[in-house]
Design a protein around this ligand. Structure first.
Ligand code: ATR
Length: 276
C-alpha cells in the first residue's frame, strides 16, 4: 500500500523501540489513501535515550502527530505541553497531536476499548466486571469501565498494584474493589484479561476456564487467539480478542490528526491482512 508523497504531505507515525512489528503503518496509510488525504504514517524506531530529541523533532520537523508505544508511553508525558484527563490518570500517552508546535498527549486505548464493546452490542451498565491485571492496559480500560458499569473488581498477581489502582479509581467512582486472591469467576458478567499472559504461545489461560458459564463474556486485550479466547469459546462464551481495541484506538488517533471520520472497514481490513 503506497501513499503518494507531495510537498504538502502531513507526516504522522509511531515512536517505539522496537517498532518493526507494528500494524499501525498499514492501518493508517490505508485509511489516508482511501479518503484521498495528503498524509503519511511512518515507523520511527526511537531508542530510549533519544526520546527527548525525538519529541523535539515533532516540532522541528512539523510532524502532524505520532503514536507512542513501548517503551515510551509513560516517559513521554513530561516532554509534552499538555496531556488530557484520561492520559493523565492512566499515566501513559499513546497519541500526540502537534498543533502549531504545541504538543498535546492523549490516550485512546480506554475509549477504543469501550467503542469495541459497544459495536459488539455489549453494554457494561448493570454489569459486574472482573479485570485481571493492574498495569497500563488495565488502568486505561478500568478508568472507563468504572464510569459505566455496576462494579469493577481488579485482581492482579502483585496485590499492591491492584490496590493502588482501585484506590485511584475510587477517588473518581465508588464501585471498584481489589481482590487479594483470585475471585469466584462465576460472579461476573464480563471477565477481561489485561495482563500480558497469553502473549507467548505457551502461556496458560489466566484462570481455570472450566468454571465459565456460557452467558459470560470474556475479553482478552491481547491481539491474538490466545488460549483464554480458545477455551472461552469452547465453553460457549462470547469471546473477544484485542483486535477491536487495536482498531478503535487507531481510529480515534486518526480522527485526532485529521478531523475526519475514520474509514472503519478499510482500517480493519488493513489490520487483518497485515496480521497473518
Ligand atoms: P501493559 O501496559 O501491557 O498493561 P504492564 O504495565 O507491564 O503492561 O502490565 C502487565 C500486567 O500483566 C501486570 O498486571 C502484570 O502483573 P504484575 O503487576 O504482577 O507484574 C501482568 N502479568 C505479566 N506477566 C504475568 C504472569 N505471568 N502472570 C500473571 N500476570 C502477569
Amino acid at each position: 500500500m503506497q501513499v503518494k508523497i507531495t510537498g504538502k504531505t502531513k507526516v504522522t507515525g509511531i515512536f517505539g523501540y522496537p517498532v518493526g512489528h507494528s500494524l499501525s503503518p498499514a492501518m493508517h496509510n490505508a485509511a489516508f489513501k482511501s479518503l484521498g488525504l495528503d498524509y503519511c504514517y511512518l515507523p520511527f524506531p526511537v531508542r530510549p535515550e533519544h526520546l527527548h530529541e525525538a519529541v523535539k523533532a515533532i516540532r522541528a520537523l512539523s510532524l502532524r502527530g505520532v503514536n507512542v508505544t513501548v517503551p515510551h508511553k509513560e516517559k513521554v508525558i513530561p516532554l509534552l505541553d499538555e496531556t488530557d484527563e484520561e492520559a493523565s490518570f492512566i499515566g501513559a500517552v499513546n497519541t500526540i497531536v502537534n498543533t502549531n508546535g504545541k504538543l498535546a498527549g492523549y490516550n485512546t486505548d480506554g475509549r477504543g476499548f469501550m467503542r469495541s464493546l459497544s459495536e459488539k452490542g455489549i453494554s457494561p451498565s448493570d454489569k459486574d466486571i472482573l479485570v485481571i491485571g493492574a498495569g497500563g492496559a488495565s488502568r486505561a480500560i478500568s478508568y472507563y469501565l468504572c464510569k459505566r458499569s455496576r462494579s469493577v473488581t481488579i485482581y492482579n498477581r502483585t496485590v499492591k498494584r491492584a490496590k493502588k489502582l482501585a484506590r485511584d479509581l475510587n477517588k473518581l467512582y465508588k464501585n471498584v474493589s481489589a481482590q487479594e486472591s483470585f475471585p469466584n469467576i462465576q460472579e461476573f458478567h464480563i471477565i477481561i484479561n489485561a495482563t500480558s499472559l497469553g502473549l507467548k504461545k505457551e502461556d496458560p489461560a489466566p484462570f481455570d476456564t472450566s468454571m465459565l458459564k456460557r452467558t459470560q463474556i470474556v475479553y482478552d486485550l491481547i491481539y491474538k487467539k490466545t488460549r483464554l479466547i480458545k477455551e472461552a469459546s469452547r465453553m460457549g462464551c462470547k469471546a473477544l480478542d484485542g483486535s477491536g481495541m487495536l482498531l478503535w484506538q487507531g481510529m480515534l488517533a486518526f480522527e485526532l490528526w485529521t478531523g475526519r471520520k475514520p474509514p472503519r472497514e478499510i482500517m480493519s481490513k488493513a489490520l487483518r491482512s497485515t496480521h497473518q
